[in-house]
Design a protein around this ligand. Structure first.
Ligand code: AMP
Ligand code: ZN
Length: 479
């Protein structure tokens, strides 16, 4: 399998450290607001990677965190904690805010058919996401190691990672510290004792602006809460063990968050954090970055409110390579929805077995599936994988019947790889089947008026019938 590694900047052959399981970690949501469609692109990218690895025969252990503490409004060390800000906005406690948006996030993941992580099981929440607040002892242990190893120092306000101790800090981003310096905004340096603006907090003390911080934990150095970057390193160490095989995120994490994770693990445990780093490009809206202020920061709810299916959005994402920008427009979503309808019309032939025209043979199916898997093994070439499916699903040969079980297996295999839910779609109802049969009888009797009336009736059921030499075919006109 070939994967593009941000760390080496080349697309290289992937093989896991332990052939028994690929260890995969993904930075998860900060649960203070709804996920937007850009975040959902990241979720679909992770899911596609996981499915492609599984399709290539690997067992995958996947851990994803949920940031329910410590993420300040800026990714640097200034601003309010996002959770505290959300709590004020909504008149709720931080715990309620975290719980609410975690549920929303999980709902979105299910709607987008994203496989939940499986590499960790939370006993407190009975789910498989690793919440930062469940790993406080691990984070404190990490701070202790960083202090003992001389990679961190204490001020009155916080404990900072000392970047000068990490000479290869820029190896992921390719940025030198001096070039990063110019990008650091002056107001970030709010702590006079901070040695360099690049140093980042691994622990904040509940003093000054944070004295009223709701989430606080005891440490040997004072009460407080963890810095945002710390949790990922600590969770990886505690669950999958470092180094892991693959770490993923969106491209915005290449500059700060991921280098900080790498530096922390190196400083605390003298380990590389991950061998492969993979990053998805951005989802733009109308050619620009999404922003609440511009009113173009859509959620999945906005998509479904306009009558689109979540999996139409999934298909829109898959139609581009994960390392290319996508420009979201309602027109492109509408086109993706039509394409999904066409794919579903093909899959629905399953229910029209005795009349099926799908050209499949014993050798056809494995060869076709191999072509789809080969595309995905080429750095997740989803565009090429979908082209294979479109070509196959439209190359019908009239009169050839299809072994029902084979078609069923084929659709399930495609679902495992792309998550578009082609299989398991319900048949039309008995009432709808009876209308189709009545219409066919009327047509044979040349009672065109009745046949037309029944066609109109079917349209109300969102069904369209076409007459073929082998009998009537139905397809759904909406998702
Ligand atoms: P956040 O909650 O901001 O950390 O974002 C969750 C994930 O979504 C991260 O991996 C981000 O890199 C990614 N992400 C954020 N905005 C976008 C976007 N517009 N397009 C694609 N991915 C994004
Ligand atoms: Zn992270």
């Amino acid at each position: 399998m070939l994967l593009h590694n941000t760390l080496t900047r080349v697309t290289q052959e992937f093989s896991p450290i332990d052939p028994g399981a690929v260890t995969l970690y993904t930075c998860g949501p900060t649960v203070y607001n709804y996920y937007h469609i850009g975040n959902l692109r990241n979720a679909v990218f992770n899911d596609t990677l996981r499915r492609a690895l599984q399709g290539a025969g690997y067992n995958v252990l996947h851990v994803m965190n949920i940031t329910d503490v410590g993420h300040l409004v800026s990714d640097a060390d200034d601003g309010e904690d996002k959770l505290e800000k959300g709590a004020k906005r909504e008149g709720k406690t931080v715990w309620e805010v975290a719980e609410y948006y975690t549920d929303c996030f999980k709902h979105d993941m299910a709607a987008m058919n994203v496989i939940p992580p499986n590499g960790y099981k939370s006993s407190a929440y009975h789910d498989t996401y690793a919440r930062a607040t469940e790993f406080i002892p691990d984070q404190i242990k990490m701070v202790k190691r960083l202090l003992e190893n001389g990679f961190a120092y204490i001020t009155k306000q916080a404990i900072y990672f000392d970047i000068s101790k990490s000479p290869d800090y820029g190896k992921l981003s390719g940025q030198t510290l001096s070039s990063k310096e110019t990008a650091v905004r002056s107001e970030v340096v709010t702590d006079g004792e901070k040695r360099s603006p690049h140093d980042f907090a691994v622990w904040f003390f509940a003093v000054g602006t944070f004295s009223g911080h709701t989430m606080q934990w005891e440490t040997p150095w004072g009460k407080g809460f963890p810095g945002w970057h710390l949790e990922c390193s600590a969770i990886i160490h505690a669950t999958l063990g470092d180094p892991i095989d693959i770490h993923t995120g969106g491209i915005d994490h290449i500059g700060t968050h991921h280098p900080n994770e790498i530096a922390q693990t190196q400083g605390a445990y003298s380990h590389e954090l991950a061998r492969f780093w993979m990053h998805n490009e951005f989802m733009l809206v109308d050619g620009t970055k999404m922003a609440k202020s511009k009113g173009n920061s859509y959620t999945l709810r906005d998509i479904t409110d306009r009558g689109f299916h979540p999996l139409a959005y999934r298909l829109l994402i898959l139609q581009a390579h994960y390392r290319s920008e996508i420009n979201f427009t309602w027109e492109s979503l509408s086109a993706a929805q039509n394409t999904l309808l066409n794919l579903y019309a093909w899959a629905d032939l399953k229910h029209q077995q005795n009349l099926a025209e799908v050209r499949l043979s014993d050798t056809d199916i494995p060869e076709f599936l191999d072509r789809v898997k080969t595309a995905l093994s080429d750095d997740l070439a989803t565009t090429a994988a979908l082209s294979e499916i479109f070509r196959y699903s439209t190359s019908l040969a009239p009169g050839m019947t299809l072994p029902a079980d084979d078609f069923d297996i084929l659709l399930s295999e495609l679902d495992l790889l792309l998550g578009l839910k082609l299989n398991g779609r319900p048949n039309i109802t008995g009432e709808q089947q009876a209308i189709i049969a009545d219409r066919e009888t009327a047509r044979i009797a040349k009672d065109w008026a009745k046949a037309d009336k029944l066609r109109t009736k079917l349209a109300k059921h969102q069904l369209e019938v076409s007459d073929t030499p082998n009998g009537p075919r139905w397809r759904r006109t909406s998702l």
